[in-house]
Design a protein around this ligand. Structure first.
Ligand SMILES: [Fe+2]
Ligand SMILES: [Fe+2]
Length: 185
């Protein structure tokens, strides 16, 4: 199913991004001076690629259709699980950006802890979240949605992607991820 295959592919990119966050956290812990610009780019990737592009498609398309069509079990799984975790991810990104701003003028251990806490907290959260989606939520959708609903998800996903490709969103973020992974990992 195109809509889900694309989300799984995006998961691989998000996991790679969390590896970058973990690596930068280790470097900071080992006493290296952080590249503030690079960290700000990480937050941008988290906010736009992971959240707006990826969670955006889940929330506006796949999860919406699952909640509408698959009854209370799907609704509970998505609303009490996945959506809560999307929000927690947003919280980590907001706090990470706050810590980056502080770090520009204050390189104290307190600020470094805040940076490491939110960078690795985000990485850990997203890894577990993605494992659950791949193993449980997406397989539930594949198994239970009607062919007609799967087609609806695929169509809406195509429209979403077309819109994003007009602004070269994926292209830009994926080429950033490729470059930074080569340098950092
Ligand atoms: Fe998700
Ligand atoms: Fe996801």
């Amino acid at each position: 199913m195109y809509g889900i295959e694309l989300l799984i592919k995006e998961h691989e990119n998000i996991i790679q991004f969390t590896e970058v966050l973990k690596k930068l956290s280790v470097r900071l812990l080992e006493g290296e001076e952080l590249n503030i610009e690079l960290l700000k780019q990480c937050v941008e990737f988290g906010k736009y690629y992971s959240d707006k592009q990826h969670h955006g498609k889940e929330e506006k398309i796949l999860f919406r259709v699952m909640i509408e069509k698959l009854g209370p079990v799907a609704s509970k799984l998505i609303k009490n699980g996945m959506l809560v975790e999307h929000d927690l991810g947003r919280y980590h990104m907001t706090k990470l950006l706050e810590a980056i701003d502080l770090y520009e003028t204050d390189k104290s251990s307190e600020v470094k802890i805040q940076l490491i806490c939110h960078a690795t907290g985000y990485a850990d959260l997203l890894k577990r979240h993605i494992d659950k989606e791949n193993a449980v939520v997406y397989t539930f959708a594949e198994r239970s949605l009607s062919e007609e609903d799967k087609e609806l998800v695929n169509k809406e996903t195509e429209i979403f992607e077309k819109e994003a490709s007009k602004n070269k969103v994926q292209e830009r973020y994926l080429s950033w991820l490729k470059g930074v992974s080569k340098k950092i990992l």
